[in-house]
Design a binder for this molecule. Sequence first.
Ligand SMILES: [Zn+2]
Length: 292
Amino acid sequence: MEQFVIHITLIIFGLCLGSFAGASMWRLRARQLVQDKIDGEHISQNEYKRLHKLTESSLMNDHSQCLNCSYRLRWYDLIPLLSWLALGGKCRKCRKPIGYLEPLIEIGVAVFFVASYAFWPYPLSSGLEVARLVLWLIAGVGLAILFAYDTIWSLLPDQISFTVIGIGVCSAFITIIGSNDKIGALLSVLGSILILSGIYWMIYIISKGMWIGFGDIKLGMGLALLLADWRLAFLALFAANFVGCLIVLPAMLIGKLKRNSHIPFGPLLIVGFVIAGLAGNYIISLYFYNLT
Ligand SMILES: [Zn+2]
């Protein structure tokens, strides 16, 4: 019964925070477009026309609205997932499709919440240990924004990356003070940063920013702090590249992807991170078990 209540709570929180993540993503994009316009960069006029009204609403008066007809969404239009399902994915007023992005992000965050609790590899017996899981979940909301944003627009917004780094610092601090071997734990965190952020930094320097963007370095830093273990960091990097190959190779073979296509690496890194964070200890112990 207690487990049932925990799972339902996680699903509800996940859907609501996923809804928040989706809304934040559109606002960030709108602000980015306005900034790009000021900077004189080339932007899509259609997208600008559609999104710029999102920047006009102040925080006090921040109601979501239909991007097509500006219909102001009522509270019953804003219930995560359920409103979307009830309206068949269309605006209540103009019946224009809202798109699949919002419900996908909401479901994604809810699944992440439940899976994180189900597969959490660390004990949850003290307040600090629970706090680390909570920080992991909150960071996951930020990562959902980064995942979607990078997939669509090939960019990792700084505001979110720095928020994830901040959460990561708190999480790494908890990990170190909760460890019996504090020096060892600190070194492991530093190793983790070196692997997930340092390697990208080197590639960035060598390629003069051609192969990867600086955004990946900041994302890697946040993920490294959250994992706080050099072995898990290594596994995350490996898993990210492995998943990347699984997606890129078939796409190349059927000719959908050209050699010089830009592949956003952020989403792959986040997938690798989740695999390493939740299943990494299990994979590592399996590996060493087979070795001996
Ligand atoms: Zn509408």
